[in-house]
Design a binder for this molecule. Structure first.
Ligand code: RP5
Length: 164
């Protein structure tokens, strides 16, 4: 078994439709990771156990996704010195603006790196985690460079193949 370097956590199984994009991106880049449902309010002891053991278990970064009153990323950051990247999940009532504000407005002292709402944020959280790990991993740095080059090459010169 490969040692997971990134922990992806989310407040509910309903967040997986968003957070699966973080996992998929890490898989494409060959970054070992683990995925857990950890709710700050429904399973507080699970959160304490998970974040409290993250360093000793060898994780290097945590990606935390949550929606609504989204205290999971901030609470995880309070419980570990590992960098925590927060992904605001799009909520039904307020379209994720509530999630964004809950995650982004951390008081000084405990930082959470906050990404965009939804799928884009989940993908970018994985890319940011990979970029951080790549500062000390040349093989990963090469894979990330290749991923970015492929993305650049995939951008069309014109909006469609057939011009009107
Ligand atoms: C949050 O409440 C979760 O992160 C999720 O986004 C939201 C709704 O959870 P469910 O009611 O769908 O389980 O804790």
């Amino acid at each position: 078994m490969t040692q997971p370097l990134v922990g992806i956590i989310m407040g509910s199984t309903s967040d997986w439709a968003t957070m699966c994009h973080a996992a998929e991106t890490l898989e494409k880049l060959g970054v070992a990771h683990e995925v857990r449902v950890v709710s700050a309010h429904r399973t507080p002891q699970r959160l304490y156990d998970y974040a409290g053991s993250a360093v000793t278990r060898g994780l290097r970064c945590i990606i935390a996704g949550a929606g609504g009153a989204a205290h999971l990323p901030g609470m995880a950051a309070a419980l570990t010195r590992l960098p925590v990247l927060g992904v605001p999940v799009e909520s039904r009532a307020l379209s994720g603006v509530d999630s964004l504000y809950s995650i982004v407005q951390m008081p000084a002292g405990i930082p959470v790196g906050t990404l965009a709402i939804g799928k884009a944020g989940a993908i970018n959280a994985a890319l940011l985690a990979a970029a951080m790990l790549a500062t000390t991993d040349e093989a990963l740095a090469s894979r990330l460079d290749a991923w970015r080059a492929a993305q650049t090459a995939s951008v069309a010169d014109t909006p469609t193949d057939r011009l009107p």
